[in-house]
Design a protein around this ligand. Structure first.
Ligand SMILES: [Zn+2]
Length: 446
């Protein structure tokens, strides 16, 4: 008993405090809604520039209206149909709520008075095509354009002042398509999807409409609610939805388009996101990694012997590869493109080095041949016409001897092994034990 009285007292304090905290806004709103002191009212007007944010509504787009937590925008499609639209108008008027209506051209044509009533009540009026086809996503753009134009023309024609028509468009059935959106954007029309529907076009009860509206709003905490002012279940559900919005502390925002005299409400980019990232909210994505594409092929074949620019008679000079090595080298990773970039000026050096090495190789091979006539022929093939005297000899102590001659050892010719080929890299002059080797040296003539 003691415990329950404490709880009751605590609750009454909370209710009192909440009442004091919220007393300011309902009092102000009640003053704006004569005869309806308990009205939900409209808390503020949001002025938007369609060109800055052309696609809104998180049901389909990244951005939505820059609403604060617990702010709601009511939208009604497909009207006006007098029987239901007039009842919706009355309910909204009794709550001093301003909403946005998306008019079907044929309805405006049949009931222009209904459009004028919406404008007179201060609601925002956009359009929703001429005939409400549910094929906008696959319709030729010329046909879509005719549908869009018909809706705009007949709605504007119904108005006393056509400039009251907002450049807001909702695609029938939300059947979006990129080409269609681009067309609408190019005309300065803002494409309104929604943040949540209440399924009031389905065969569900009005109670279900009310439940879905509140459940889906509570899940997001704010947003654009999509309703239809041509449905009996919507008319039945609307008072209950509005009462519950008020009880849960939601506020209604009225959206109007920016004009020359009425600049857009200042906003930041992140306010147009349903849940702007904050330092305390982890982002569910890794940073984007750049996608590099250098080639269509993932691996390249290992070069063949012929690709190495080696003459057939020199194949025996190459170190032998074991089977394991061959398998490892059967494919190679694709190198980056910049690996092949050779700085300007270095090409000449590379070419001259290669050609002088080739010339030296030829001379060395010629030296090994016993026929003197071939020696002469080899001399005649000197690189770039330069003459060179060949000193070929067979000796057991070749490397030191060649060094004594102050001539460069140009090609050390091992018989077959890899160990001998290492001598070509200068090992011979670094104290490698002498062994029988064929050496050719070049001595330039003065
Ligand atoms: Zn519709």
């Amino acid at each position: 008993m003691i415990g329950s009285s404490v709880v009751l007292r605590t609750r009454s304090w909370i209710v009192l405090c909440l009442g004091m905290l919220t007393a300011g806004s309902p009092a102000a709103l009640a003053a704006d809604c004569p005869g309806h002191p308990d009205a939900l009212g409209t808390s503020r007007t949001l002025v938007v520039d369609p060109r800055e944010h052309p696609l809104i509504g998180t049901m389909q787009y990244r951005e939505t209206l820059p609403l604060k937590d617990h702010e709601v925008v009511l939208t009604f499609d497909d009207g006006p149909i007098p029987k239901y639209s007039n009842q919706v108008l009355k309910i909204l008027a009794d709550e001093c709520i301003k909403a946005t209506f998306f008019i079907v051209g044929n309805q405006a044509k049949a009931n222009p008075e209904g459009v004028r009533k919406l404008v007179a009540a201060g609601h925002t009026v956009g359009t929703h095509s001429m005939d409400h086809p549910l094929t906008f996503d696959r319709m030729p753009i010329e046909k879509a354009e005719a549908e869009i134009n018909g809706g705009i023309e007949w709605t504007a024609a119904a108005m006393t002042d056509p400039s009251q028509l907002a450049p807001f468009f909702r695609i029938p059935g939300l059947m979006r398509a990129e080409g269609l959106e681009n067309h609408l954007i190019s005309r300065g029309l803002q494409v309104w999807s929604a943040d949540f529907p209440a399924d009031d076009w389905r065969h569900v009860s009005s109670d279900r409409v009310y439940q879905l509206a509140i459940q889906r709003l509570e899940a997001k905490g704010k947003g654009i609610l999509l309703l239809h002012d041509i449905q009996a279940r919507t008319v039945a559900a609307l008072p209950k939805i509005i009462r519950d919005l008020k009880a849960r502390g939601y506020r209604i925002v009225h959206v109007v388009p920016a004009t020359a005299e009425r600049p857009a409400t200042p906003t930041t980019q992140v306010e147009w996101l349903m849940h702007p990232p904050t330092e305390t909210t982890p982002i569910a994505r890794w940073p984007r990694v750049p996608h590099f594409v250098f080639t269509q092929t993932r691996t390249l074949p290992a070069p063949a012997l012929a690709d190495l620019n080696v003459q057939g008679e020199h194949q025996s000079l190459l170190p032998r590869r074991s089977k394991g090595q061959i398998d490892l080298a059967s494919t190679l990773p694709v190198p980056g493109r910049d690996l092949f970039a050779i700085p300007e000026g270095s090409v000449e050096v590379l070419m001259s080095t290669t050609s002088s090495r080739r010339a030296a190789t030829r001379l060395a091979m010629a030296a090994e041949r016993p026929h003197p006539a071939k020696d002469k022929a080899a001399q005649g093939r000197g690189a770039k016409g330069k003459t060179a005297k060949l000193h070929g000899r067979r000796t057991a102590q070749a490397a030191p001897a060649a060094a004594d001659h102050a001539a460069q050892p140009v090609d050390i010719v091992p018989k077959s092994t890899a160990a001998k080929s290492a001598a070509a890299n200068g090992a011979a002059s670094k104290g490698v034990p002498p062994r029988p080797t064929r050496v050719a040296s070049l001595k330039k003539r003065a």
